[in-house]
Design a binder for this molecule. Structure first.
Ligand code: SF4
Length: 402
């Protein structure tokens, strides 16, 4: 029978963990011991001792949604007086403010609005790019599939047109738990697991990088958390397109599932550490200070995390669930230093940037580059950073190719 010691030996030897190993860890109660293993893997991947964060803005362009997820406190049905759909000028103003604050990216997400087809998104992306140099990290897999449905167009065409209009990368939102039993309970009208993965697969195929997420602590079992991690790891083996894995805990207040007990710090840290140990082909693991608070996020840096995510100028979805843990840059850097690391600002590719968003150091990704022989020229870099092309030639190699 496999023991914790066997798994520790595998980690020390750099061997891949099985699903049974991950499940054993999910039940293991020696949290510091799991944390030490996850920290070892983090050190191998990021020996420079830096912890990164990004300055960006979450723009929820509309809260009107027809998908009615039971875990969501953000959406309003069509016709609800509290529903909104931001005019383009409002979005442009938010982006201008973001650039003035040194922000390099917008996280653009919204509800499944019945009027949002491809032309609407093309106009949105083109308008944004014409107004300001900013990286658009936008639309979850389920929003993209909703757009396919509204426009009656196949996924490859929708993604091609979105990319041509200015979409730069795709967030992992809507992943929740990639097990259909769970999805049928918490979001029966939303895309199921395989279509979610297919959006990511097609995006990677077309050259778009994405992140992967996991929302846990609701109706799922430990086995289902591990199955979610396995699905992400398998797709990453295939495409190498994920830049980061981000897990957070379900926030119950004001949702249809508000009686669900909140997940505590022990479960959060253990799950975060197991994800770092099991998903051995993604470089970056992000702590969720929005749901856990900055102190717990700081602690998670000893449990395999190497990124504190976004200094968000606006976050509506989680704050609607009474979770208003927004931090200033100085507080975040203080937390990183207190945990024994050096803070570093980044963009979506984990390139290092300065306070104005200018590129300081390119981070290479050998596995992604190997699967994309035509290159990943990131044309948006030169828009966000005037010094990009000079900095590009001085780029340091990534310390731990996937
Ligand atoms: S999570 Fe997204 S898709 Fe689900 S109800 Fe909320 S806004 Fe709509």
């Amino acid at each position: 029978m496999t023991t914790f010691r066997d798994i520790a030996d595998k980690v020390h030897a750099g061997e891949r963990l099985s699903e049974a190993d991950a499940l054993l860890l999910m039940h293991h109660r020696d949290l510091p011991a799991i944390g030490q293993l996850a920290d070892l893997v983090r050190q191998r991947r990021h020996p420079e001792g830096a912890v990164t964060y990004i300055v960006d803005r979450n723009i929820n362009y509309t809260n009107v949604c027809v998908t009615l997820c039971k875990f969501c406190a953000f959406y309003r049905r069509p016709g609800d007086p509290e529903g909104y759909d931001h005019p383009l000028e409002v979005i442009y103003d938010k982006i201008r403010e973001t650039r003035e604050l040194g922000g390099v990216q917008i996280l653009l997400q919204g509800g499944h609005h019945p009027d949002y087809g491809i032309e609407r998104y093309e106009a949105l992306f083109r308008g944004i790019k014409a107004n300001a140099p900013i990286h658009i990290h936008g639309l979850s897999s389920s929003e993209i599939l909703h757009c396919c449905h509204v426009s009656k167009l196949p996924l490859p065409e929708v993604l091609r047109r979105m990319r041509a209009a200015g979409l730069d990368s795709i967030p992992g939102g809507g992943g929740e738990i990639l097990v259909d039993r769970v999805r049928k309970v918490i979001s029966p009208l939303k895309t199921m697991s395989e279509p979610w993965l297919e959006v990511m697969r097609e995006a990677h195929k077309q050259g778009l990088r994405t992140t992967a997420t996991m929302m846990f602590g609701h109706v799922e079992t430990f086995e289902e958390r591990v199955e979610h991690m396995r699905a992400i790891r398998s797709l990453q083996d295939e495409t190498a397109g994920f830049t980061a894995f981000i897990s957070w805990t379900f926030q119950a207040p004001h949702t249809e599932m508000q009686d669900t007990p909140m997940t505590g710090g022990f479960d959060y840290l253990r799950t975060a550490a197991v994800s770092r140990l099991f998903i051995d082909n993604i470089d970056n693991f992000q702590a969720s200070f929005v749901t856990q608070g900055l102190d717990m996020a700081g602690l998670s840096l000893q449990y395999g995390m190497n990124d504190l995510g976004s200094v968000m100028i606006e976050e509506n979805v989680v704050s609607a669930a009474n979770c208003e843990c927004l931090a200033e840059i100085t507080e975040m850097e203080k937390q990183i230093r207190a945990a024994g690391f050096e803070p570093a600002r980044r963009n979506m590719f984990y390139d290092r940037v300065d306070e104005q968003g200018g590129l300081l150091e390119r981070r290479l990704d050998a596995n992604w580059d190997a699967k994309n022989p035509e290159g990943d020229d990131r044309p948006w870099d030169s828009e966000v950073s005037g010094s990009c092309s000079a900095a590009r030639s001085d780029a340091a190699p990534q310390e731990s190719p996937r």
